[in-house]
Design a protein around this ligand. Structure first.
Ligand code: FES
Ligand SMILES: [Fe+2]
Length: 396
C-alpha cells in the first residue's frame, strides 16, 4: 500500500458516520466545557462503596462534574450527598478527604450543618434581622443519591430518571455476584494522567488492544473463550463484556485461582466488565472486584480513581491472596493499568495537538472477539448527548 498525501490523510475515512471519530473531540476547549454540562452534570456517577462510609456520621469528600461533594451516612443510617459548598459565601465546607463528623462547621464564618444537610447554627444571627436569611432556609444543596448493591451513586440533575433506568440493566452481569457478596474496599488508588478522559475510557471498551497487554497476550487471547465472549451495548452508552475467561496460570509466576477463594457467583477464570457511560467501570475477575472512575481535569488531563474490593470479614490469608491477585493485575504497580495509561497518553501526544485527524472504530465481529461495537455505542451516546456527531463535531 502506498503512503498517503496530506489531502488523503486529512480527509474523513471512507466509512459510515459512527465508524470513525474526529480528533477534535479530544482537544476542543468548547466541547470540553459542553461535556461537563451535557454529560457529567446529567448522568449517575459512582462515588464510593458503602463500606467507605460504614458507620453513622462517616463521610467522604469527592468531586464530580467539577462539583465538590460530601457523601455522608446520617445518624438514621441513610447515605446522602451534598454539594460541599457553604450557603453563606461559597467556601468549601468539609476540607478532609474523609472522616467521622456529627456536623460540619465552615471554617470561614462558622456556619454549621448537620449530616442531613440542615444549617443548624450561624453565629450572631440577629445581624440578618429584616432579611430572609435564616438558618432554616440555608441548608446545603442535596444531590440525588441511590445505593445499589452497596455502591453509592449520585446525580447532579434533580430531574434525572432513577438509577436503574439509567443503568438499563448493564450491571445485571453481576446479579449473581453483587447482591450476595458482602464487600469492602481494600485498595484505593488515584493517578493523574496526561490524556483526555475519553482516550482512557476507550482503553476499557476497546477489546482489540489486547495485543498491547503483556498479561492478556498470555492469559486472555489464547483462552478458548476468545471468540465466544459477548460485548453488549445498552441504551445509555453502557457496554458489557461477559463470557470472557482467563488462563491465569499461563502467565509466568502466577498460580491457578481456585473456587474456594472466588467471589460468590463467579468462577476463578471469569472476567466480566461493565464500562458505564461516561467514565466508570465495574470489573470482576474471579476473586476480586474492581471499580474505576475517570474524571476530566482539562482536555489534556484526567484523574483515574480505582478501588479494589474483597469480602468483608475474610481471613488475613484470604485477604492477602486477594490483594495479590488485585495487584499482580491492576496495581498500582500491576502492568495492566500502566499500559492503558501509556496508550491513552500516546494518543494524547497526537490528538492533543491536532496531528491525528481521525480515529477508526470500524471493526465488526458481531459483538464478539475484538469487535468495536462497544466503542461505537460509547460514541453514539456521546454524540446524542452533545448534539454533535463524533465523526464531524464542528462545521468548520
Ligand atoms: S462562607 Fe461559610 S460560613 Fe461564611
Ligand atoms: Fe487495556
Amino acid at each position: 500500500m502506498p503512503s498517503r498525501s496530506a489531502a488523503t490523510w486529512e480527509a474523513p475515512p471512507p466509512l459510515p458516520d459512527g465508524h470513525y471519530v474526529s480528533g477534535r473531540v479530544y482537544r476542543d476547549e468548547r466541547m470540553f466545557a459542553e461535556e461537563r454540562e451535557r454529560i457529567f452534570k446529567k448522568v449517575w456517577h459512582f462515588v464510593c462503596h458503602e463500606s467507605e462510609v460504614a458507620e453513622a456520621f462517616d463521610f467522604r469528600t469527592v468531586e464530580r462534574a467539577d462539583t465538590p461533594l460530601i457523601v455522608v451516612r446520617g445518624g438514621d443510617g441513610r447515605v446522602r450527598a451534598f454539594v460541599n459548598v457553604c450557603s453563606h459565601r461559597g467556601a468549601r465546607v468539609a476540607m478532609e478527604p474523609g472522616g467521622n463528623a456529627r456536623s460540619f462547621t465552615c471554617f470561614y464564618h462558622h456556619w454549621t450543618y448537620d449530616t442531613e444537610g440542615a444549617c443548624v447554627s450561624m453565629p450572631r444571627p440577629e445581624g440578618y434581622r429584616g432579611t430572609p436569611v435564616r438558618k432554616e432556609n440555608m441548608g446545603l444543596r442535596e444531590v440525588r443519591t441511590e445505593v445499589k448493591w452497596g455502591f453509592v451513586f449520585v446525580n447532579l440533575d434533580d430531574d434525572c430518571a432513577p438509577l436503574d433506568r439509567f443503568l438499563d440493566g448493564a450491571l445485571d452481569i453481576f446479579d449473581r455476584v453483587l447482591p450476595d457478596a458482602d464487600l469492602e474496599v481494600f485498595h484505593y488508588h488515584r493517578a493523574e494522567i496526561d490524556a483526555n478522559w475519553k482516550a482512557y475510557q476507550e482503553t476499557i471498551v476497546d477489546l482489540y488492544h489486547e495485543f498491547m497487554h503483556v498479561i492478556l497476550r498470555d492469559t486472555q487471547m489464547p483462552a478458548a473463550s476468545m471468540d465466544d465472549r459477548e460485548m453488549r451495548t445498552y441504551a445509555n452508552g453502557h457496554v458489557t463484556i461477559a463470557g470472557l475467561k482467563a488462563d491465569y496460570e499461563k502467565y509466568e509466576g502466577w498460580r491457578r485461582r481456585d473456587h474456594s477463594t472466588c467471589l460468590p457467583g463467579l468462577d476463578p477464570d471469569d472476567a466480566r466488565f461493565a464500562p458505564l457511560f461516561p467514565a466508570q467501570t465495574f470489573i470482576a475477575r474471579g476473586t476480586v472486584m474492581r471499580v474505576d472512575t475517570v474524571q476530566p481535569i482539562t482536555p489534556h488531563k484526567c484523574l483515574i480513581e480505582s478501588r479494589g474490593l474483597g469480602l468483608k470479614g475474610e481471613s488475613p490469608e484470604d485477604r492477602a491472596m486477594r490483594i495479590d491477585h488485585h495487584n499482580e493485575y491492576w496495581g498500582p504497580f500491576g502492568r495492566n493499568v500502566t499500559e492503558d495509561a501509556f496508550a491513552a497518553e500516546g494518543c494524547e501526544l497526537s490528538f492533543g495537538k491536532g496531528a491525528a485527524p481521525h480515529g477508526i472504530i470500524a471493526r465488526d465481529e458481531d459483538g464478539r472477539g475484538q469487535c468495536d461495537s462497544g466503542l461505537r455505542g460509547f460514541w453514539a451516546e456521546w454524540s446524542r448527548r452533545m448534539g454533535r456527531p463524533a465523526s464531524h463535531p464542528t462545521n468548520d
